[in-house]
Design a protein around this ligand. Structure first.
Ligand SMILES: O=P(O)(O)OC[C@H]1O[C@H](OP(=O)(O)OP(=O)(O)O)[C@H](O)[C@@H]1O
Ligand code: HPA
Length: 189
């Protein structure tokens, strides 16, 4: 490995060693079980089109769909507004949906509703494409008063989490740790 990669690895290992675990793997799994039950009750007979919001939504989508035992279709979209930062900026649409949403029931799955600007823009886009119903599912909703609109909520929420920068379960810190099965916050953030 290059010296640069070795340094990056050591730094990332230290961040994880110093981090606080806020939500355990068991709590995450129970939250996905509850979400899957609610999604099944609402969309089990609607042949929904399920979109993963890349990159963060990949983990939550995988955990959710493996618990859904009814016919559905899957696709993805890619929108980002944080990149490698801990503060959000303009929404950058990298890949918009490539399939028709007209008359479909759509479920958009993401890791986190933080300020909500990402999900609000995606929901608006899906409605404008003529979807019959647009739903959203997020693993975590961060508790604070900086939402893009007052009372902004996802249709299905796994857990409410305190107002710290989070990583794990799809969420990255400096590009790392999306793979971790629990949720952490770095020391001091
Ligand atoms: O509610 P908001 O304040 O809009 O933030 C939530 C969004 O931020 C993250 O994506 P990010 O822009 O970091 O891209 P990523 O999915 O590639 O990590 C996350 O996956 C959500 O899509
Ligand atoms: O707390 C967060 N962690 C990682 N990515 C995020 N995107 C929005 N908020 C967060």
């Amino acid at each position: 490995m290059t010296e640069e990669l070795t340094l990056a690895l050591k730094k990332a290992q230290q961040i994880l060693a110093d981090a606080d675990c806020l939500i355990t793997e068991e709590q995450i799994s129970a939250a996905f079980d509850r979400m899957a039950e609610d999604v099944t009750a609402e969309l089990g007979e609607r042949l929904p089109l399920i979109f993963s919001v890349m990159n963060g939504g990949l983990f939550a989508t995988s955990e959710l769909v493996k618990r859904l035992k009814f016919p559905l279709e899957m696709d993805y979209m890619h929108a980002t507004r944080y990149r490698m930062e801990t503060k959000g900026g303009e929404l950058d649409w990298r890949v918009s949906p490539q399939v028709s949403l007209k008359d479909r029931y759509v479920l958009v799955v993401d890791d986190i509703l933080d300020e909500g600007a990402t999900l609000a823009a995606i929901m608006e886009f899906c409605r404008a494409q003529g979807a019959a119903g647009v739903y959203s599912a997020v693993l975590v909703d961060k508790k604070h008063d900086r939402k893009a609109f007052p009372d902004l909520k996802a249709s299905f929420t796994g857990l409410e989490v305190e107002d710290r920068f989070l990583f794990g379960c799809g969420m990255d810190f400096q590009g790392y740790f999306r793979n971790l099965p629990a949720i952490y916050a770095p020391q001091g953030l």
